[in-house]
Structure formats: C-alpha cells, structure tokens
Design a protein around this ligand. Structure first.
Ligand code: C2E
Ligand code: MG
Ligand code: MG
Ligand code: MG
Length: 280
C-alpha cells in the first residue's frame, strides 16, 4: 500500500469523524430547543396485575417529535442528553408532566417514571421529586421511580442515602431491566426495592423453556420471599402471559396488554378497563 493511499484513508475517516461531530452538535442544539418548543411528549404503557386481574397503572415513556426526522425514540437521544447534562432539565420535565397527568387518573392508579443514573446522582434530585409531587398534588404512593442497576455501581453509600430519602417521601422504587446490568443479589439485600422489573429479553426466551425460564422463576421466587413485587416487561402474547402466571409473577407489561399510547388514549384505556372490571 502506498503512502498516498494511507493518507486518503486517513482523510476519509477524518471527514467521517467531523460529520459525526457536526451531527451530534446539531442534535444537541435541537434537543435544547425541544424543551422550549414543547417537542417532547409522554406516552403511557399500561401495567397489569396478574394477581389482582386489573390494570394498576402505566409507565411514562418519552417521545421526541422532531420537525424533520419525525418521532424519535428515547434510545436514540437519551444517551446524548446524559453526556451533555441535558437529561437534568429534560428528566425534570418528564417527572413534572407525568405527575401532572397521573393526578387526573382514577384514584389508585400509579405512574412509573424512568430515572437516568445522571439524574439520580444530581444533588437536587430528591427535592425535584418533592416539587413535582407538590405541584401536581399527586399522592407520593402513586409515583413509582424506575432506576437501573447502573445507579448501584458508584458511590454505594450515597446511593443508599438517596434511595432512603426517596422512600421517606413515600414514593415507590422499582429496579428496571433486572438481569441485564451488573446486578448483584447483594444490592437487593442492601436496599429493598418495592418492585423488580424482569427485562424483556428473559421474557422473550420464556416460551423456549431452558435457562431463561429457570432465571425468571428464580427471580420471581426471590421477589416473593423478599416481599418485592415482580413485573415482567415486554409480554407480547397470551402464551407468555400464561407462563408468567404459572411462575407466580405478579405484574406484566407489554404489547399484549397495551402499547405505549398518548395521554388521551391511556385515559380511554383506563375508562374501558374500569367498565370491564366492574361488570365482571
Ligand atoms: P424501559 O424503561 O425498559 O421501557 C420499556 C421499553 O420497551 C419501551 O421502549 C417500550 O416501548 C418497549 N416495550 C414495551 N412493551 C414491549 C413489548 O411487548 N415488546 C417490545 N419489543 N418492546 C416493548 P421505549 O419507549 O423505546 O423506551 C426505551 C427505553 O428508554 C426505556 O426502557 C427507558 O430505559 C428509556 N426511557 C424512556 N423514557 C424515558 C424517560 O423519560 N427518561 C429516561 N431517563 N429514560 C427513558
Ligand atoms: Mg422503565
Ligand atoms: Mg425496562
Ligand atoms: Mg430498557
């Protein structure tokens, strides 16, 4: 290979890198503007209790309505907001908006809000949660915060203090995507979460039997003996529901129950379900 060719390749990569940087900068500017222009919305996905045979609440999932690119899903922009710190104001908006909307739902229904580790570690986080509750009038017990195993990796003492302060506020705490991170069962003993959400990758494997089924039943059994609610994510059909019921899993969530939907549709969903539940 000649020297010239190498230089060409180098220029090519340099150009590609500059293009990527430019794209990131543009996306950052768009994200900053999005908060001002109201380009974020929340969709809600119902959560269903197998134990109680009723809808118990919904998880708030953020959507970005981009003028050119259409609806962008969180996995395509949350990482960038975490790197830039934009997740702090965006996460605060999510918290306030979810509490505000949930306060209008039928009494007793809970709203689950995802919290990034970056948000969780911010000094003012607990106060922000308190403010969102105060501003909305939502009973603290109806707010559930979903955190991932990522929060347990650093500053364990501080993490436990923050979790404890949140519990004192009266909010419920869920461990999201359980089994995909660096989970240590020891963490579950140090801090008693109210709920564990079994990641959908396990749920998906369930019907095939084998190891995933063994893991799901072990987690469900562990939850039972620790007095923690179990939720299985990504339940897509009746077979998966039946298998989870058999395992003694308490709660399910997934396309089989309902897809994430806009706020007005979740209102209609709750109303429809309430009618069915009173009839039966
Ligand atoms: P998550 O909290 O584990 O949310 C569940 C994801 O699985 C959602 O994707 C949901 O649409 C999808 N899902 C639900 N049921 C099914 C199913 O039956 N089959 C399949 N294949 N998928 C299903 P979404 O909305 O794209 O969100 C992805 C992730 O982005 C969330 O995972 C959560 O970690 C994060 N996220 C969403 N909203 C927020 C937010 O407001 N703040 C933060 N920090 N993160 C958020
Ligand atoms: Mg979640
Ligand atoms: Mg999850
Ligand atoms: Mg996830």
């Amino acid at each position: 290979r000649s020297k010239g060719e190498g230089r060409g390749t180098y220029r090519f990569f340099e150009a590609a890198m500059h293009a990527r940087l430019r794209e990131r900068k543009a996306m950052q500017a768009d994200l900053r503007a999005a908060l001002r222009t109201g380009a974020f919305t929340l969709q809600y996905q119902p959560q269903f209790s197998l134990a109680g045979d009723c809808v118990v609440g919904a998880e708030a999932l953020i959507r970005w309505h981009h003028a050119v690119r259409g609806i962008i899903l969180p996995e395509a922009f949350i990482p960038l907001t975490e790197e830039t710190g934009l997740i702090i104001p965006i996460g605060d908006w999510v918290l306030r908006e979810a509490c505000r909307q949930a306060a209008t739902w039928p009494p007793g229904l809970r709203v689950a809000v995802n919290v990034s580790p970056v948000q969780f570690r911010e000094a003012a986080f607990v106060e922000r949660v308190q403010q969102a509750l105060l501003a909305s009038g939502l009973e603290p017990g109806r707010l559930e915060l979903e955190v991932t195993e990522g929060i347990l990796l650093t500053d364990t003492d501080e993490t436990l203090v923050t979790l404890g302060r949140l519990r004192t506020l009266g909010v419920s705490l869920a461990m999201d995507d359980f089994g995909t991170g660096y989970s240590s069962l020891g963490y579950l003993l140090k801090f008693r979460f109210d709920k564990i959400k079994i990641d959908r990758s396990f749920v998906h494997e369930l019907a095939k039997g084998g190891d995933a089924a063994a893991i799901v039943s072990a987690v469900v059994a562990l939850c039972h003996s620790l007095g923690i609610r179990s939720n299985a994510e990504g339940v897509e059909d009746a077979l998966e529901e039946a298998l989870l019921r058999e395992q003694g899993c308490e709660e399910i969530q997934g396309y089989h129950i309902g897809r994430p939907m806009p706020a007005d549709q979740i209102d209609a969903f709750f109303a429809r379900r309430a009618a069915v539940e009173t009839r039966s």
